[in-house]
Design a binder for this molecule. Sequence first.
Ligand SMILES: [Zn+2]
Ligand SMILES: [Zn+2]
Length: 337
Amino acid sequence: MKASPLAVRLAATTMAAAGILWTQYVYPPGETVTLGRLPAKWITGGPRCMEETDWQVHEYNPDFYILRQSGCTHYEKPFLYLIFGQERVMLMDTGAGVNEVSRIVMRTIEKWKERNQRNGIHLLVMHSHAHGDHIAGDAQFVNKPNTTFVPANVAELEKAFAIKPYPTGLGAIELGGRRLDVIPVPGHEDNAIALYDRRTGILLTGDNLYPGRLSVRDWPAYVASAQRLVDFTADKVVSQVLGTHIEQTRTPFTDYPRGTLYQPEEHPLELSRGDLLEWNSALQRAKDAPALIARSAYTIMPRAAATPEQMQQSREEFERMQKQKESAKWGAEGGGR
Ligand SMILES: [Zn+2]
Ligand SMILES: [Zn+2]
């Protein structure tokens, strides 16, 4: 029996009243997306690093996992994504600094196999882009059995995901009964891609859009990438927009200084399609003139807008901050001696 939108809404209300996790989302005709759950809080980096786990593995739903690296191991605290299909599981990014990402990923895959009574599944490792805080664990996956490793460079991306050509053409990753669309998004970095998961309606935007400081190296490319993302999603359900960092606090227009490890009041990871549209319209308005653009949940920061003196000043400030945070990371009694 096909439920009418009203019936769906009533059922949702009844189930919510009964304390069952449900959603009042009414599916557009012909669309079905499988949603999941985001945590109320992520690990960040402390306040006492001896007590905190280095990685948080969050089950968004049984076939979609989000990994957060703790600030206790690296101040960038990136988010990684592990998405399962019938034949392949895809890992996006390998973390920052010296880390144990492979151990965490393989353990999660083992548990998934046990839960699904599977003997094996092929692992595909790829990247949102080529910056150091997203590829640091690469060596742990290169030349490993039952693993395909796609380096973060345009030639390899075009070949692996049938992008014709980068950045104007789209590509795809087939995981077996699950397709991820690949949308080239250079601008923050030259080899960047976004992913759209048709199953959950989640758009993964990497470092291009997340709650924090969005640094832009190539302004025209970045502006075009924003429009490409909006055009691509125009006829699709976008349930959530998920990036790869959080630097913003819960207070509008306020971020944590670069290098912060512990962020007890950090902004949620998820942004909405509304944020995506606001981001794009600000960029289209600025068009050919790189400008610092502050919005409630993020700030767009063209690198060309900073003078060498400002760059030097910010480097010094960052190093000072790092020292201070590092010495405090074990807690009041343990730090700074
Ligand atoms: Zn980056
Ligand atoms: Zn990053």
